[in-house]
Design a protein around this ligand. Structure first.
Ligand SMILES: Cc1cc2nc3c(=O)[nH]c(=O)nc-3n(C[C@H](O)[C@H](O)[C@H](O)COP(=O)(O)OP(=O)(O)OC[C@H]3O[C@@H](n4cnc5c(N)ncnc54)[C@H](O)[C@@H]3O)c2cc1C
Length: 599
């Protein structure tokens, strides 16, 4: 059985000691989000994750979802857990009071979303998708649409989905075929098939609200002709009354490698009644609200898997006895020493720990930016936060999910052969988190978004907005001589990051394939630097706490050790990424397509 404990102390360290969340919440007017209140909410969320969600994780994987005549049944316990979640008021925590929410900050919910996903990735997807649906209707829906849908979504009696993908159209949404024809009453009739729709059909809520992209009859081709619609499973009255069934059905569910408790549905719209969200042919702009929220959410899923894999591996490594330690006997009363004494096991554990804690700091920083974009009254602050978020969102999505593959793989490896056996939960974690680099835009697509759209597209401006902050920070700690080596390393990486960007831009001016050839390496390279910046800050804070003699010294010493590991062994991976980026596109593109053939 997989071991899991919500990392409350880690989250509070990042929020309070690293990122000044108390002031952040006060500045944004979240007067209810006091440190005491945050801790009280976290403690309840931790209990829910550990006692309600974790116990139905392995059973949910074994049982999976079932489809019969269009009806989808979720695994035993999922519906009950969702009911408890709704009754606990969790669904509406961060939404406005006028829709029945509690108007708490976005970040509060997102910190806990990591724990729910660690405990049970499949289950956490159902409420996770509702959040994106709510955000989209809050930001782009008409007042009438908000009245129709938002109370029930915020209250949790209805859940939401995101319907983008079609059989022939995944990353390239411009190929979309689903049709929307206008009706006389101002509504639209939607016809088409969507595939891979998470939470598209299930038994946990009374109604399901689909956010769907489709094409109007006279729409321009490509992404310029995409419109957005809200289409409920059951028609809704003006005040959110549940009416009769709409022409939306679930054709089947996918049989897949992981997240088996999450229903991945084929959804058929057969002249289903829906309502336009935002303006005609500008649907992709509105959809980005959902996609950006979902991308950070998917990054959190990656983080959650790194944390859960670390916790499982650590407990096992302290318990499992094999051989004596190279440095001498550690467990004289036992037949052998715990495997945590072997350097290679430590390499794996520290990699997991460094990714989980460093990535969490980045994620909670990104959440802080989202809070500003949602709640600040200061337009300049909002623009500034939006710029940083634009750069960091693809990094959060792809770096946190790619590193989760390594962490969950080590989760299995630390267990040796037992890691491959279902009862320990490590193989489920690896299977469940595998999807995270694929959905919500693959790593390849995130990398192009980062390099081509955000960095090159802004002529380097978005990069500079963030790197200025990092350089300022490095300058501000110059007097702390024990951190000079790490600080100089980050500072030099920042200069190199700009130089490499410039080089790629110059090469791409002659050969556009250079952008695609460098992009994933560029994203990972950026991720290592960004997380290095957070490790530097965590180390400085930890040292300060030790100097002041406040808090738990072992916690801070562990932070310093892990920071050292990160700088010595993980940040150094940028060297190989640089070589790869500098090697250019020819080694990929010069090979003729026929030469790929197997003879
Ligand atoms: C379990 C699961 C749940 C999902 N949930 C949802 C959901 O709720 N809603 C929804 O709408 N969709 C959902 N999806 C769909 C998911 O978002 C898509 O599968 C994903 O976006 C990739 O699209 P695709 O599968 O068509 O791959 P393709 O777009 O065909 O890509 C195939 C490969 O080509 C690469 N590639 C494509 N174009 C480029 C390019 N220009 N440059 C470089 N590489 C490129 C990709 O990176 C990938 O490696 C889900 C999928 C799964 C499996």
């Amino acid at each position: 059985m997989q071991y899991f404990k919500a990392p409350q102390k880690e989250a509070l360290f990042v929020m309070n000691e690293l990122l000044g969340y108390e002031k952040h919440y006060a500045d944004l007017g979240f007067t209810d989000a006091t440190p005491d209140m945050v801790e009280a909410i976290f403690s309840e969320a931790a209990k829910f994750a550990e006692n309600v969600l974790a116990p139905i994780n392995a059973s949910g994987d074994a049982e999976g979802c079932k489809w019969e005549d269009g009806v989808v049944t979720t695994p035993t316990g999922f519906k009950d857990a969702y009911q408890q979640y709704v009754e606990g008021g969790w669904t509406g925590m961060t939404h406005p009071e006028k829709f029945g929410g509690q108007a708490l900050p976005y970040s509060l919910n997102s910190v806990m979303a990591e724990w729910f996903s660690s405990a049970n990735h499949s289950w956490a997807m159902y409420p996770g998708l509702s959040q994106g649906c709510i955000e989209t209707l809050k930001e782009h829906g008409t007042e009438a649409q908000q009245k129709m849908f938002l109370h029930n979504l915020v209250g949790g009696s209805w859940t939401g989905t995101m319907c983008l993908t079609e059989p022939h159209c995944g990353s390239d949404l411009g190929m979309l075929k689903c049709k929307a024809e206008p009706n006389d009453d101002g509504s639209y009739s939607l016809t088409g098939t969507k595939i891979f729709i998470s939470a598209g059909e299930h038994d946990m809520s009374e109604n399901i609200v689909h956010i769907v992209i489709a094409r109007l009859p006279d729409a321009p081709s490509g992404t310029k002709g995409i419109s957005l619609f809200v289409v409920p499973k059951f028609h809704a009255g003006p005040e959110g009354e549940k009416l009769d069934r709409n022409a939306v059905t679930c054709g089947s569910i996918e049989h897949k490698m992981g997240i088996k408790g999450s229903a991945t549905c084929v959804i058929n719209f057969d002249g289903a009644k829906g309502y336009l969200v935002g303006t005609e042919n500008r649907g992709l702009n509105c959809m980005f609200t959902f996609m950006n929220s979902a991308r950070i959410g998917t990054g959190l899923e990656g983080l959650s898997a790194s944390e859960a894999a670390f916790q499982g591996a650590l407990a096992y490594a302290k318990d499992r006895l094999q051989f004596r330690a190279m440095t001498g006997v550690k467990n004289p009363d036992g037949p052998a020493d715990p495997i945590i004494n072997h350097p290679d096991v430590r390499r794996m554990l520290l990699t997991q720990k460094a990714f989980a804690e460093g990535n969490r700091a980045l994620a909670i920083y990104a959440m802080k930016l989202v809070d500003v974009t949602q709640a600040s009254q200061d337009e300049d602050a909002k623009t500034f936060a939006n710029s940083k978020l634009a750069l960091l969102t693809p990094i959060v999505k792809a770096f946190l999910t790619e590193t989760a593959q390594e962490s969950t793989s080590y989760g299995m490896q630390v267990f040796g052969g037992h890691g491959f056996i279902a009862e320990w939960g490590m193989e489920q974690l690896a299977r469940d988190t595998r999807i995270c680099t694929m959905y919500e835009g693959t790593t390849g697509i995130q990398a192009i978004d980062l390099l081509a759209r955000k960095v090159v597209g802004s002529n380097g401006k978005l990069l500079t907005v963030f790197t200025n902050e990092v350089k300022e920070y490095c300058k501000s700690i110059r007097d702390k001589s024990q951190f000079n080596a790490w600080s100089n390393s980050i500072d030099k990486h920042i200069d190199e990051w700009h130089q490499i960007t410039e080089d790629i831009m110059q090469r791409a001016a002659k050969n556009p394939a250079e952008l695609g050839a460098a992009s994933v390496d560029y994203l990972m390279y950026s991720g290592y630097i960004v997380v290095g910046y957070f490790w530097l800050q965590m180390a400085v804070v930890a040292q300060q706490k030790l100097d002041d003699g406040t808090g738990d010294p072992e916690f801070y010493k562990a932070k310093l050790h892990t920071a050292k590991f990160y700088f010595d062994r993980l940040l150094t991976r940028t060297r190989s990424l640089v070589s790869s980026m500098e090697s250019g596109a020819d080694n990929l593109m010069d090979m003729e397509e026929e030469q790929f053939n197997i003879v």
